[in-house]
Design a protein around this ligand. Sequence first.
Ligand SMILES: C[S@@+](CC[C@H](N)C(=O)[O-])C[C@H]1O[C@@H](n2cnc3c(N)ncnc32)[C@H](O)[C@@H]1O
Length: 387
Amino acid sequence: MRHEYFIPCAPGVERTLFKEVKALKLPRAEQQVGGVRFVGETQHAWQANLELRTAVRVLQRLARFSCRTDDQLYTEARAIDWSPYLDPDGTFFVDAQVRDSTLTHSQFVAQRTKDAIADWFLKSTHRRPSVSKDDADLRVHVHLSADRATISVDTSGESLHKRGWRRYQGFAPLGECLAAAMTLEADWDRRAPIVDPFCGSGTLLIEAALLAADVAPGLFRKFGFERWPNHKADPYTKFFEQTAARMRWPSKLRLHARDFEAQHIEGLHSNFSALAELPASGAPTAEQLDRTLIAETGNALDFPWQEGWGALILSNLPYGIRIGDSAEVKDLHCEFGRALRMQCKGYSLALLLGDKQLAHSLGLKEWASRELRNGALRCQFVSTRLA
Ligand SMILES: C[S@@+](CC[C@H](N)C(=O)[O-])C[C@H]1O[C@@H](n2cnc3c(N)ncnc32)[C@H](O)[C@@H]1O
């Protein structure tokens, strides 16, 4: 049976997500503001959850209707058959986003939807699921915009940026989906060495390694749909195993990491070692991981760049908001830019910077940039090849 799905992503990432969706051949895909819509079978939702690197979640739309009053919302929510998604003894949570509508309070919208779902179960089963914010069996989303309501169930459960490999956070980790978007948009053949001289917890290098190894980013984790009463565990296990079997560790790939905080380098090693635990026959051994990652504590400005290396410099420099003072951060960009211009001819660059001014501070001749959001922070993604 076909369903309509919406895949939200971070602002600015829609185009990259759409390319991913097209590459997976998800049916009837359409790029929209804030994400990508498609219409497909349950198996397509499994695939979207397992494979998409830049998706934040995969929502299955159950109802769309015009909504000006809470009675309309209640009646429509109560008309949905909830039995495929939640057991009467299970737990659920509703969240709502409201914009430019007659109903203005998102919490009230969530509450009325919650009442409708609970009442539907009481009427049809004489039992009532309970509400749980953490670790709910079912998460329901209500989106109300210009008096049009959409009620969706979240097939992902926890946000898809929670891959399952992160053991160390660091101070300002880049979101995994954004790191994946940068890696996908970088000028990189998936073989050239990568350098992240401001590596922090190593998000960019790990997401790049997953891409090069053809590891679906969802292999580490469970999804919301696995807890639904209508979930077909056997075909999903087969599908999961086929996806996992594609993994091939790129034994020649070299990832060079630096950070001047020793604890980040330690944390990066701990995050990277989680890749050995991938549930796939091609998962790397500890020795393979050691050969791939060359990480050391040190100043990015002293990195030993090698002539003719043709590496990708994939990095997220300090912004000056969460880390460091802004004049210091500007000087750092000027000095880093000088090193790049003098020592890195032929290298590709894919950098996430605090703003356009900082991009200018690098002193590069030509570069493309676009705005991306790292959580609430507006950033500039800068890419180029150094001539
Ligand atoms: C924005 S954070 C990078 C976060 C990282 N992408 C992650 O996902 O965890 C910037 C990092 O640069 C490091 N850093 C700042 N100045 C540095 C320098 N001159 N040399 C090396 N590392 C530096 C900080 O310690 C911090 O970990």
